[in-house]
Design a protein. Structure first.
Length: 570
């Protein structure tokens, strides 16, 4: 295989990235990627880089769809008390504040100068900080891009009159700073603020923004916060490696999500998360996203071979393009036809392995590409990928046919965090809207509710997985949550990433009790999940597990009550 990549190639817009597994790297594949170099993520996954001018954006027949990294967006725009976090922290015997535990953040970055990330002496609580966007170096060991800062580097910057001259990292949106603060922010009595695990330490990765090539492929605007799957996977592995080197338990509250993929928990990122979560002393939480009411998902059934099911969706004016996935289930095979608002149609497009078709309408300026994968790499199910460039404003129709009669399907747009109101389904389905990677089996999947009214947060993603597995696991506060901002103060945000951060902090409390205090030193994410599920508050009249509430609302204090009454056998 070719040489590892340089900083210049990884960060340049002149090169794009594809995600593949080691077993699929063949001479034929490498020949397609002329000028290729690579970054190994773990023993299985590789990122392959190639010049953009070697690749046609819409050539899915040249590059299989599973090679394109998905893009992940930010899942947010009284909570501690209602979740039992304050009671655990203030209970004199337990006194659980995340001592001896790491919080891992992979997001938009962090304001390392904020008081929320300093101890009582003004020193940093951040032990490692990897800025993927900074080409200056040195990069972390075994990684070909970015700059790694140590605890000493950050303390030196904090003692300087010009911190940015020593540590150049800056949070690009404030999302990462907020997420880290909710999970692990230091107590600030003056401003009545505390993170869930205020005495934990942090490992932080500032993710590099998605490149223009992939934004163009998915029709995501340049000013939308979006991050690539391969960069996130490498960030998770970096955080895991740091925790192993430091010999400390780890909680990663993930705050990003993608509305694309099979919604079954089998994406490449989900596989990395599963392998991390199964290690003793490690736990990862993820939000179910904010797509429950966004009209970005629809589902339906096809009852016989001759009658199609019609999917209708609206496209706003002046939209550059529409991207959609249509997922089927074996043994049926789907075929489709696409009709524009002016009535022009592609005709029926039948399923063929790896089939790639292009259409240009006469009375529309719209150009359509359709790619058919009978067994998508990660999930194994049939997926039809539809790209419509310069779509005509109005109501579009897709007629879906089955070759075997009765079957079901699910269709997804990239999500409201990515495309806003550019496109939406006329008959949306709010279920099966949990964003990737919250469907992963070993992850602690968190939906959201309003802690003041007690009502379910209507935007929160809902279960179950497309294959019927029970997700989410828990429901946590997600509205009007207070966290640090980029101006040295605090602000309120809402969204399920805040629920994930709160739950990740609660997991850090449990890891202090279990690992640091040696009560259950080999506990895994599954054990943490079991504790929180047993302690969850369940409302009379609601059936559990619920598509909205999971197994109930977060109450970490009650988890210890259950242990006290029932023993500590997990």
């Amino acid at each position: 295989m070719s040489e590892p990549c340089s900083q210049e190639i990884v960060l340049s817009q002149d090169y794009t990235e594809f995600l593949t597994v080691a077993l699929s790297i063949t001479p034929e594949l490498l020949n397609l990627f002329r000028g290729v170099c690579y970054q190994q993520i773990d023993p299985r996954y590789f990122t392959i880089y190639t010049p953009v001018n070697n690749v046609n954006t819409i050539s899915l027949n040249q590059f299989s769809y599973n090679l394109f990294p998905k893009l992940y967006g930010e899942m947010s725009t009284a909570a501690l008390e209602i979740s039992g976090i304050t009671r655990i922290a203030s209970q004199p015997v337990l006194n659980l504040k995340g001592q001896g535990v790491l919080i891992g953040i992979a997001d938009s970055g962090i304001d390392f100068t904020h008081p929320a990330f300093r101890d009582a002496y003004g020193r940093t609580r951040i032990l490692r900080l990897w800025d993927q966007t900074d080409p200056t170096g040195p990069a972390p060991k075994g990684i070909s891009y970015g700059t790694e800062y140590t605890e000493d580097d950050i303390n030196l910057a904090l003692a300087s009159s010009s911190p940015s001259s020593i540590v150049r990292e800056r949070d690009s949106s404030g999302h990462g700073t907020f997420l880290a603060g909710v999970a692990a922010g230091s107590q600030d009595l003056t401003n009545n603020f505390s993170g869930a695990a205020p005495e934990s330490r942090l490992i932080v990765v500032k993710l590099k923004p998605a490149k223009n090539f992939l934004r163009d492929f998915y029709f995501i605007s340049p000013d939308t916060a979006a991050y690539q799957e391969n960069d996130i996977m490498l960030a998770i592995n970096y955080i895991r490696r740091c925790a192993s080197e430091l010999g400390l338990p780890l909680s990663i509250p993930f705050g990003l999500g993608s509305n694309l993929g099979g919604h079954d928990g089998y994406s490449s990122l989900s596989n990395i998360i599963n392998s991390t979560s199964r290690l003793p002393g490690f736990c990862i939480t993820a939000p179910t996203g904010n797509e429950g009411n966004s009209r970005q998902h629809c589902s339906g059934v096809i009852t016989d071979t001759s009658t199609p099911s019609v999917i209708e969706f609206s496209v706003s004016p002046d939209v550059p393009g529409i991207f959609m996935e249509l997922w089927g289930q074996a043994p049926a095979l789907l075929s489709i036809s696409i009709q524009s608002p002016t009535g022009e149609s592609t005709g029926r497009i039948f399923a063929r392995p790896g089939d790639f078709r292009r259409f240009r309408f006469i009375f529309d300026r719209s150009r359509i590409t359709v790619y058919h994968d009978l067994t998508e790499f990660d999930v194994g199910d049939e997926v039809i990928v539809i790209r419509i460039q310069d779509p005509t404003e109005g109501i579009w129709k897709i007629s879906a046919y089955s070759n075997t009669g009765y079957t079901s399907y699910d269709a997804y747009f990239p999500g409201s965090s990515m495309i806003g109101e550019n496109a939406y389904f006329l008959t949306p389905d709010p279920d099966i809207t949990l964003t990737d990677p919250s469907g992963a089996d070993s992850i602690l999947s968190v939906s959201g509710y309003d802690p003041i009214s007690g009502a379910f947060y209507p935007e929160s993603g809902r279960g179950f997985t497309r294959g019927g597995r029970y997700k989410p696991d828990i429901c946590a506060p997600c509205t009007a949550i207070t966290g640090p901002n980029l101006h040295g103060g605090y602000e309120m945000r809402s969204g399920t990433s805040a629920a994930s951060a709160l739950t990740g902090g609660a997991c850090a409390q449990l890891l202090t009790w279990a690992v640091t205090n040696e009560n259950l030193p080999l506990i895994t994410s599954s054990g943490i999940k079991s504790l929180l599920i047993r302690g969850a508050t369940r409302m009379p009249g609601t059936s559990y597990p619920s598509r909205q509430w999971g197994y109930g609302t977060l109450d970490v204090y009650n988890a210890f009550e259950v242990l006290r009454l029932g023993g500590n056998n997990l």
